[in-house]
Ligand binder design. Structure first.
Ligand code: PLP
Length: 340
């Protein structure tokens, strides 16, 4: 890699650096002790996100993982089952947290090729508590679905599967780490995706560009309980307005995600002409591609010419577009990959 070839980092949309406006907002944020609920910036962020997501209340949490784990803990009782999609983040990438923090048994079900779980699958996976069986205490959904290449699941598909769970008395948590990407893809407001779910987590630190933090939203009583669990997990923060202030600015970046989606399309189209790799058509900002060689060695070749992605399976790689990757960067990345 020559000197002018600084790497184009598409490993994740979490690698973005805060811009000057975010840094200034952090410096100037009015703050207080958020454990006493005296941080005006955090309070402002929580009430704005509650409105955006269509819930009574919201809680600022350090990470998406903590948000999901708190939700599971609040919705369930020890020893119950949680129905999860087989490729979902809560199941694959959170260190078996449902078992560790909430003593849940997970029951994975295989969604369709876009990660959509059907009402019939929920009925099949449901177990009623009795003298032998634990009982189902939670259904989790994911939108956009990361492992399925950022598929943006339409609101009605969320509504119907959530209704099926509610018919069985099972609460529903939506892992909306990239819900804003789904909202842009469907040209629908964020709250349209949460009508029938009981809680939602959304990351500020991914495509929206904040340096830190995620939001967990639900009813007033859910969030009261969530606040206690956040404290239990060590997530009670003090002058958190310093990191919440950039989060407030991140809320203005929802529409901008459309650029990332266009860049992802451009990348996927261009990868068609790159030897050794077969892209899948993206729905949002995530491009999956099958590789002829093992994913690791393909990615080593990419890194050698200054293009970074991550392995997703033995012969599958992922590239993610974000606000530090311009259209020109995508074109440069494609030139480098073609010439490698
Ligand atoms: C990134 C991600 C999370 C976790 O967020 P962190 O802030 O990295 O803990 C949860 N779910 C999905 C779908 C994600 O992509």
């Amino acid at each position: 890699m020559s000197e002018e070839q600084s790497p184009i980092d598409m490993r994740s949309d979490t690698v973005t650096r805060p811009n000057d406006a975010m840094r200034e907002a952090a410096r100037d944020a009015p703050v207080g002790d958020d454990v006493y609920r005296e941080d005006p910036t955090v309070n402002d962020l929580e009430s704005r996100v509650a409105d955006l997501l269509g819930f009574e209340a919201a809680l600022y949490v350090p990470s998406g993982t903590m948000g999901n784990q708190i939700a599971a803990r609040v919705h369930t009782e020890r020893g119950q089952e949680a129905i999860v999609e087989r490729e979902s983040h809560v199941y694959k990438w959170e260190l078996a947290g449902f078992a560790q923090h909430s003593q849940l048994q997970v029951r994975p079900v295989e969604g369709d090729e876009r990660g959509v779980v059907s009402p019939a699958q929920v009925h099949d996976a449901y177990v009623e508590a009795d003298g032998h069986r634990p009982g189902t205490g939670l259904l989790t959904l994911e939108n956009t679905h990361n492992s399925k290449g950022g598929s943006a699941i339409a609101p009605p598909a969320i509504d119907t599967v959530a209704d099926a769970a509610h018919d069985l008395g099972v609460p529903v948590h939506l892992d909306g780490a990239r819900l804003a990407n789904a909202a842009v893809a469907h040209d629908a407001p964020l709250h349209r995706f949460t009508h029938e779910v009981d809680s939602t987590m959304m990351c500020l630190s991914k495509g929206l560009g904040a340096p830190v933090g995620s939001m967990l939203a639900g009813s007033e009583s859910f969030v009261d309980d969530a606040r206690r669990v956040r404290k239990l997990l060590g997530g009670g923060m003090r002058q958190a307005g310093m990191i919440a202030a950039p989060g407030l600015l991140a809320l203005e970046n929802v529409e901008r995600l459309a650029e990332d989606h266009e860049n992802a399309e451009l990348l996927a189209a261009g990868l068609e002409d790159v030897p050794g790799v077969t892209p899948f058509q993206p729905e949002t900002n995530i491009v999956l591609a099958a590789t002829d060689d093992p994913a690791e060695s393909f990615l080593e070749e990419c890194a050698a010419v200054g293009v970074l992605g991550v392995p997703f399976d033995d012969h599958l790689v992922r590239f993610v577009t974000h606000w530090d990757v311009s259209r020109a960067d995508v074109e440069t990345a494609l030139d480098r990959l073609r010439e490698r």
